[in-house]
Design a protein around this ligand. Structure first.
Ligand code: PA5
Length: 329
């Protein structure tokens, strides 16, 4: 599975070959990104990237419930690797009922069928991968749709540059990932700490350790952490934890906040691994963090002797979900 992660520069190239192929014309009041798990994280990351670049509000829906403001002035992007995720299908059908302009990123399934029936713009991601491994392809797909819809938050050249940087840095990142995995291995509970607005990357790291390494992870985000969680660390029920703390070196405030967190964990006698994010742009840092934690989680699975690709309990839930949601895949 490590090879699949190391193949990310190729996946970006493949997605770039379809750059500009799909867009939605219109004037939009808001953008809503719908998806769950390894597909839903694309929305979080896009919201992070949009923060300093887009004046149109961006919302992420990780549920079957959509905001009441969704209307014909909404660009609704449904992201589901399989195309068969009940929550995403339900949210998308509800958005269509409200007249939203919908685009789809998927490898197939029900959502591809709905897109064909309703002539919705579709950015196809290759089948045969795991959703979490398809991350850079689906992300490039959404960035391309936004770019072609007059809501650009990253242009083709920026994505190309970030892909090239990943290509030249990936072996080094694999070495760093081994260190992260070894650090995490001696921990009963892993804490992933960062500063706002990078919470999407901490959530991504958490999900990767959940799914690939089969372990529980807590996410701590400054400065909100300083206003509640911090007190929980005074007398926790669970004391054998280790923290991985990462920050954007170009964000002075963020870095200082993370340094404060690190001192708190250490003050409680807990080991901390501190990671400054590498990358020439925010997109570069996103890809660096996603690859680092993806590889680290697979390596941790190896150390623990578990299969990184299997997600048995998600399968159990999805079976159950088909009896809960109205739309039958
Ligand atoms: O990584 C995974 O396998 C999961 O988190 C899936 O992404 C999640 O269950 C949603 O499925 P899909 O990505 O097919 O919509």
């Amino acid at each position: 599975m490590e090879e699949a992660y190391l193949n990310w520069p190729r996946l970006i190239e493949e997605a770039l070959a379809d750059w500009g192929s799909v867009g939605v014309r219109g004037e939009f009041d808001n953008v809503v990104l719908s998806g769950m798990g390894g597909s839903g994280i694309i929305g979080d990351v896009v919201k992070l990237l949009a923060l300093g670049r887009l004046s149109t509000p961006v919302e992420v829906v990780k549920s079957h419930v959509i905001p009441s403001y969704v209307s014909e002035k909404t660009l609704f992007i449904a992201v589901s690797y399989s195309g068969n995720t009940h929550e995403t299908i339900t949210a998308t059908l509800r958005a269509l009922e409200k007249g939203a302009r919908v685009a789809v990123v998927t490898s197939g399934g029900v959502l591809a069928r709905v897109a064909a029936e309703k002539r919705l713009p579709l950015f196809k991601t290759p089948s045969g991968l795991l959703p979490r491994v398809s991350f850079p392809h689906m992300l490039t797909g959404v960035l391309s749709i936004l770019d072609s819809s007059g809501l650009s938050i990253a242009g083709r050249r920026e994505v190309e540059e970030a892909g090239r940087a990943l290509e030249s840095g990936r072996q080094g990142i694999a070495g760093e990932a081994s260190e992260v995995a070894r650090f995490a291995y001696s921990s009963d509970l892993l804490v992933v700490a960062t500063h706002s607005p990078l919470e999407a990357l901490a959530v991504r790291a958490k999900s990767e350790f959940n799914e690939n390494s089969k372990t529980i992870v807590k996410v701590d985000v400054a400065p909100e952490w300083m206003h509640n969680d911090i007190v929980g660390y005074e007398k926790p029920l669970f004391t054998s934890y280790r923290a991985i703390a990462f920050y954007d070196p170009e964000d002075k405030v963020g870095r200082s906040l993370v340094e404060f967190m690190v001192e708190e964990y250490k003050g409680h006698g807990r080991p901390v691994l501190t990671i400054p994010l590498k990358g020439a742009s925010l997109l570069g840092k996103v890809l660096y963090a996603a690859l680092l934690f993806g590889l680290a989680s697979v390596k941790l699975a190896g150390l623990r002797g578990v299969d990184p690709s299997a997600t048995v309990s998600i399968g159990r839930y999805k079976k159950f979900a088909s009896s809960v949601f109205e739309y039958k895949a």
